[in-house]
Ligand binder design. Structure first.
Ligand code: AMP
Ligand code: ZN
Length: 115
């Protein structure tokens, strides 16, 4: 954990968040500034700054994130209708919080297709 990282503080409960899902390796919560009717952030319970810097040791976290995403989609009822994932990585992507996070965007007509 990184004492100066916003998302590490959220995992530790030092900053409040609306929890959507949690297990041993993953924490998920609602984005504070939603870009879609459903906008959830899924993060590893390990400080990894961005996807470019994952290592073999992080494999279990990446797998756990993907499993968690489908559990959340099932729990929240959008597994059939679908969802979009966004992972910003680095300066040119606009990544603001340097703790790896997957954005789940879902809900009807949540925006123009960008990819
Ligand atoms: P990114 O631009 O990919 O780094 O995304 C960072 C995301 O974190 C943005 O969508 C923000 O709205 C979201 N965010 C920032 N602070 C908080 C917070 N305290 N609780 C929930 N989401 C947050
Ligand atoms: Zn962190």
């Amino acid at each position: 954990m990184d004492d100066n990282c916003l998302f590490c503080k959220i995992i530790k409960g030092e900053i409040p968040s609306t929890k959507v899902y949690e297990d041993e390796l993953v924490y998920a919560f609602n984005d504070i500034n939603p870009a879609a009717p459903i906008h959830i952030l899924v993060i590893p319970k390990k400080h990894i700054d961005c996807l470019a810097n994952i290592s073999d040791e992080d494999e279990k976290y990446i797998w756990a994130i993907h499993k968690a995403i489908n559990k959340i989609a099932t729990m929240q009822g959008f597994i059939e209708k679908g969802y979009r994932l966004i992972v910003n990585c680095g300066k040119d992507s606009g990544q603001e919080v340097m703790h790896l996070h997957y954005h789940i965007l879902a809900g009807e007509k949540f925006g123009d297709k960008i990819v």
